[in-house]
Structures are given as C-alpha cells and as structure tokens.
Write a new protein. Structure first.
Lengths: 187, 134
C-alpha cells in the first residue's frame, strides 16, 4: 500500500463484508506526541476469538476465492515500520475496531494520499451504509456524517454528487491541513 | 461553479442536478442499466482499482451512459487486478482483467456501447489454482 487512503479503502471493505450498517472512521494527528492514529469502527458481525488470533497472519483469510489475506498484515507492517502499532478488537455480533498508530516523525510514515477521493467513492458505492468521519488535527477537526446528507435529500449514489462530494471533502481537508505545523513528515 | 465546501453547498448542487437525475431515473428501470463492479479488495486496491473506478464514474457520466458503478470483493483473480465485472442488461456478467484507464476506455467504447468483446476477458469457467487443488 502506497498511502493511508488505500489502507482506509481496504479496512473499510472488511467492515462492509461484515455487514456493517454504521462505519466510523477516525484520524487523529497529534503534534505533541508525533502520532497519527487511524481507527475504523463498525457494527458488523465481528470477529470471533479464534479468528482474532490469526488476524495478522497473511496466510489466513475468511474468503474462499484465495488463500491469503494481506489487508490487516500490510496495515500492521506499515504502522510498525514507523514505530507505531496495530490493535484489532472485536466483540462477535457487536462489531470490530481496527486501530493503527503511526509515528509521524519517522521518515517511513505513509503519506495520507487521496482521502477525499476514497471517502467519496465509498459513499457512492455504499449509499445504504452510514459513514461517520472525524479528522482531528490537534485542536481542530472536521466532522462528517452521511446521514446528514441523506436528510438533506442528497443522492449519494449519483455521479453528479460523487464529484460534488469529492470537492467538498477536498476543500475541507485542505483547510484543515493548512493548520498542520511544519516539521511533520505527514503530507 | 463556485467551490463546494459546506453541507448547504452540497444541497444546492443536489437541487441543480435533481432534474437530470430524475429524468434518468424515470427513463429506465434499474434492470435496464449497465452495471460496472470494480473489485476492491487488497489485491485490487494495491493494483490501482481506485483510479479505474473513478475513471468509470467520470467517463460513463461524460459519455451519457446510464450505468451503476459500484464495488465488489476479490473474485480470486488477484494476478489480473484490477478486475472489473460488467453486466449489460439481459446479458451474462463479463469479467475483465488487467484494467487500466486505456482498457477501461476500450471496455466502454466497444463492449458497453456495442457489445463487442475486447481483450482481457477472464472466462467464466476459468479455474483458479485454488479450485484445481480441491
């Protein structure tokens, strides 16, 4: 994976496959501790204890189309290579939580990539799922809830609104990222 | 067009395009639409499926083709990612492998518009290594 937005797309796909109705995505950048925390929480079918043990095993997957599953192992690799860590928690039937911590003062920290494009693609392809996004950068934040858009009558699955949403996310992230102090490897 | 930055801007945009969307929804029933499913598992993402999906959304819209572009999981053809499944109304699903923007253009122009077969089709009876071993 070249950037964090690819991991985001990948980990969220796991939640979708677990029949999640609500998916919470959190990014938290902290200048003080030089960390970026990336969390995906869902209310899907969850992961049982046996599977949880094997979750970072690249030769374990729940699919039967292939015998390897690299999504979580790759995420673990990219956060650990910066000195961070990965934590996967789950309660069967209630949901799952994937939390990856990256050290942003490490040169191997992945760039964020196209978060705006990834989010708008996820919304377009999964209009029935409620996505809540919180991006926190020290004391500033950007919040988003796809239910609010639905209440405004916005049709997420149309091409027209896909472009509008992409622009919306890009403009908001741009404004937020302008507040990022210099010296961070994150970009 | 002014910048879209707030929820109100999004709402305004929705109102602007509403008539176009309604017209399209009325014109055809969902079964008559072309379906494009981009495989978006780890293998697909790493191979550039996001770019291909954006390309399909953008180009189908530009070329006025009523299609639903969505995501699917891994179909077991990891070696041929990015893979795209195209379902033309009333026809069987067709899976294309090694799809980049050039091939996506070919799929739209030749397969979706005219039903012609193009390179890169993964036959339905293709056995993955996994199936063979069983």
């Amino acid at each position: 994976m070249v950037d964090l937005s690819m991991h985001l797309m990948d980990i969220v796909q796991n939640s979708i496959r677990a029949n999640a109705k609500t998916i919470d995505i959190l990014f938290e950048e902290k200048t003080k501790t030089h960390t970026l925390t990336f969390v995906v929480n869902d209310d899907g079918i969850g992961i049982d204890r046996e599977m949880l043990k094997k979750i970072d095993d690249p030769f374990f997957t729940t699919r039967n189309t292939r015998r390897i599953g690299l999504g979580v192992p790759l995420l673990k690799m990219t956060c650990e290579q910066t000195g961070g860590n990965l934590e996967v928690k789950s309660e069967p039937e209630i949901g799952a939580s994937v939390k990856a911590v990256y050290r942003t003062d490490h040169p191997d920290c992945l760039p964020l990539g196209d978060i705006a494009g990834t989010l708008s693609l996820l919304l377009k392809a999964n209009p029935e799922i409620r996505f809540r996004v919180l991006y926190r950068l020290d004391d500033d934040e950007f919040r988003f809830d796809s239910d609010e858009l639905k209440q405004l009558g916005i049709e997420l699955d149309t091409a027209e609104m896909f472009f509008a949403l992409k622009e919306f996310f890009a403009a908001n992230f741009e404004e937020l990222f302008r507040k990022r102090p210099s010296g961070s490897y994150l970009c | 067009m002014t910048e879209i930055k707030t929820l109100a801007d999004l709402k305004k945009k929705q109102e602007e395009v509403k008539s176009r969307i309604d017209l399209r929804n009325k014109a055809e029933n969902p079964e008559a639409r072309v379906q494009v499913k981009v495989a978006m598992a780890t293998c697909g993402i790493a191979a550039g499926a996001k770019k291909v999906m954006e390309y399909f959304v953008e180009e189908l819209e530009k070329r006025n083709i009523d299609a639903i572009v969505t995501q699917t999981g891994c179909m077991g053809y990891c070696f041929a990612e990015p893979t795209v499944e195209v379902i033309l109304p009333g026809k069987e699903a067709m899976v294309f492998g090694y799809v980049d923007n050039v091939r996506a253009d070919e799929i739209i122009e030749r397969y979706i518009k005219h039903g012609e077969l193009v390179d890169g089709i993964i036959p339905q009876n293709y056995d993955t290594i996994e199936h063979e071993e069983r």
